[in-house]
Every structure is written in C-alpha cells, then in structure tokens.
Design a protein around this ligand. Structure first.
Ligand code: SAH
Length: 399
C-alpha cells in the first residue's frame, strides 16, 4: 500500500478530514510525491506525514481527492461489497419493511461519488466522480450478488459530472427494463418510468414524511402543491382525507398521479395541471370588500429547489414567501401547513424566518407541531454539511 502516490495536505487542513469530511480541494494540497493518474487511488497524509486515509484522485475536479477510508485498504470488489452491505444494514435498521429506498447515499455512506437507489427489483446507480465511474464494473457485480435485481440502470444525466470530466449519459448496466415499475412506498403503489422521471426515479427522500403528513389529513380537505406523482395527496387520501387535491404544472405528472390514485383504489383524490403560483393567486385574490374564503384543513408545499446557487437565494426567498402567504390565506382556522425546502442554500432557520414573515403579512399566528427532515435512507452527517438538504415543518394556525 505504501506504493500508492501520496497527497500531502497543508497545515491546518487535516482537522476537517479527521472530523469526517471526505473532500480535499486543490487549494488544500501541499504537494504530491508522484503524479497520480486521474481516477487512481491515492493516500493522503498531513504535512507531518501522518496518514489520514485513501481516496480517489482527479486533477480535473476542484475536489482533487475524495476520501473513501481512514484505513489503508485496497478499493476492490471486496471493499465495495463491505461498504454496500453496511449501507444496506443501516437502511434495514432505520426503514424496516421498506422495499424501495436509497441503498447508498454517497458521502453519507463513505462512498463519495456513488448513489444507488432500489426501486423494488430494479436498481438505479449514479456515479458522480471519475474514480467511482471507472469502477462501475465492481459496483455492478456487487449489486447483482447482493440484490439479484431484474435490471441495473445507470442514470448519469447529472450536470455535476462535467466537473469531473465525465459525459452525461444513461444506460442499462445489467438485465433489461421495459415499461414502468410499480414502486411501493408505505404500502401504496406508485408507477414510475425509471428511464424518464425526476432524480433517479421519484422522491425517496420524502418516504417517511408522506406517512407523517398523511396522518394529519383525516377528515379534512387537503391541497398538495407541486404534487408530482401524488406522493402526499395519495397518502393523505388513504389516511382518510375528505378530498385531496394535487396541483402540478406538468401534465404528464398530473396524469400519472391520477393513475396512481386509481391503482390504489382511492376516489377521494384529484389532480390538476396548473402553475402553483398562478393557481394560489387566483384563489386568494378577492374583489374589494370581499373576503378570501379559507377552504383547506391541510396544505402541503413541496416545491422544487428555487435556488441552484447562493446568488439566487433572495429571489428564492421571495418565491417561498409568496406561496406561504397565499397558502396561509386558504387555511381554515386550526388548519395545518406542511411545508418543505430542499435547497441546500436555505437552512431551516432562514426557511422558518420566511414562513414567519408570510404569517405576519397574513396576520396569522403559527404553532409549530412537527419538524421534518429527509428520510433515514439519506443519512445526515453534521460534519459533512452537504449531506443535509431537506427540511420541513408543520405549522398549525394558532389564531
Ligand atoms: N411533492 C413531490 C415532489 C415535488 S418535485 C413529491 O413528493 O414527489 C417538484 C414538482 O413541482 C415537479 O413535479 C414539477 O413539475 C413541479 N413544479 C415546478 N414548478 C412548478 C410550478 N410553478 N407550478 C406547479 N408545479 C411546479
């Protein structure tokens, strides 16, 4: 193992690594003992030659090294098998009974650059680092052994791959897949075409929240904004909502959500194609001397990320404020707003602040009853802030 090329890092840079963060930026590097090839395994040491770990090197990326282990290990098929087994047993512990879940969540599982989602008997893989991409064969072999999947798809149409010098592409790594897959979440069925779809398919990170938010719906009228395949609305309908209505601007998503409601035998569920901003505006605009009539007992706001970078945060916050203000006007006294933010650049404190500004303008006082996060198959490691992105709250109108 001592023959590995060595990356020495600058004084003061080791603590972040020791705390668990796996990224070493070009600017943190003191020198290289020999020039490693891109994608190769290197060992990392501090400026006093203290061993810190091994990881993949890529000179083309701003992140020059992605650490994979604090031990001197070979990164071979056995390594991937151990890591993926550990990741799997964590999911079995925290999401017992789930048949669709994220098996590997990159940095959360000490596998920077690798995501693997299990959708019943189909696996979807993303490799966002060169080193990981070069080892797709090992990874595929291990996944075949562990899961015996019907198919393994590579869904690598992700913009971040260009930072590693990798092309955007999708392919079938194993087996074959035709048509849609019926994905089970909390015992409900969601039909998804995995080769199209959002992310690697659908929003597994909301699996636990679908159930929790759904439980607030019994006996009430529910509005699910940005409903996509109907995750929240369908859980609300099953939990006994009088009616759950979803809004999404995508005609295709609305049609699929309607099919999903039907497949689950739920007739108290409807979907409509509209822009949520326009829809909420039309429902909350009253003529002079007329009042907006609050009609809902539970409103869910789960928009896409309005920010891709820091610079667009102020615009995003205006967008968040607007939908919250209008949603609050449509909530009956005692009603609940369940709201989510998946932007890494807007943290929970800032998000709550925007909601309170909207509540102030709507002259509503809120009682916070639930705090939400991403599902347990997307583990958060506070020493790696990038692992935390989804936050949400339930607020009741107190008065
Ligand atoms: N709540 C969903 C995820 C939402 S993803 C779930 O749990 O699965 C974001 C969705 O918002 C996408 O389906 C997209 O079509 C939709 N969308 C984005 N902007 C929109 C807008 N302005 N109005 C309505 N829908 C929008």
């Amino acid at each position: 193992m001592d023959t590995l090329p060595t990356v020495l890092i600058k004084p003061g840079e080791a603590d972040r690594v020791l705390a668990g963060h796996p990224w070493i930026y070009a600017g943190s590097i003191l020198r290289l003992t020999s020039p490693p090839s891109d994608g190769a395994l290197v060992q990392v040491k501090d400026h006093r030659q203290r061993f810190l770990g091994v990881g993949f090197f890529n000179s083309k990326s701003k992140i020059n090294v992605r650490l994979l282990s604090r031990e001197r290990v070979a990164v071979d098929r056995t390594f991937f098998e151990q890591r993926i087994r550990e990741a799997l047993s964590l999911r079995q512990k925290h999401l017992p009974g789930a048949s669709s879940f994220r098996v590997v969540n990159a940095e959360s599982d000490q596998l920077s650059g690798l995501i693997c989602d299990k959708y019943e008997d189909v696996l979807v893989v993303q490799t966002s680092s060169l080193g990981m991409d070069q080892r797709k064969d090992h990874i595929t072999a291990v996944l075949r052994d562990l899961f015996q999947p019907r198919a393994i798809l590579e869904k690598n149409e992700i913009a971040s791959r260009k930072f590693e010098g990798l092309p955007e592409l999708s392919s079938v790594l194993h087996g074959n897949l035709e048509g849609a897959v019926d994905i089970k979440l909390n015992g409900l069925s969601f039909r998804t075409n995995l080769s199209e779809g959002h992310k690697t398919g659908l929003y597994l990170d909301q699996q636990q929240n679908y159930q929790r938010v759904g439980n607030l719906a019994r006996g009430g009228r529910v509005l699910d904004c940005f409903s996509f395949l109907g995750g929240f609305a369908i859980h609300a309908a099953r939990a006994g909502a009088v009616q759950a209505h979803g809004i999404d601007q995508s005609e295709q998503a609305v049609a699929a959500a309607g099919e999903n409601a039907k497949a689950n035998g739920l007739s108290n569920c409807s979907f409509e194609a509209a822009n949520v901003f326009d829809w909420l505006k039309s429902q909350t605009t009253a003529a002079p001397h007329e009042k907006v009539i609050p009609r809902f007992d539970l409103i869910i706001l789960d928009p896409p990320s309005f920010t891709r970078n820091r610079a667009s945060v102020p615009d995003a916050l205006r967008g968040y404020k607007e939908i919250h203000l209008r949603a609050l006007k449509l909530l009956r006294p005692g009603g609940t707003l369940a709201t989510f933010c998946c932007s890494h650049h807007v943290d929970a404190a800032v998000f709550q602040e925007v909601i309170l500004e909207a509540a102030f303008d709507a002259r509503r006082v809120l009682r916070r009853t639930e705090v939400y996060s991403q599902s347990a198959d997307h583990p958060i490691l506070p020493s790696i802030p990038e692992t935390e992105y989804l936050k949400g709250f339930a607020f009741e109108i107190a008065w």
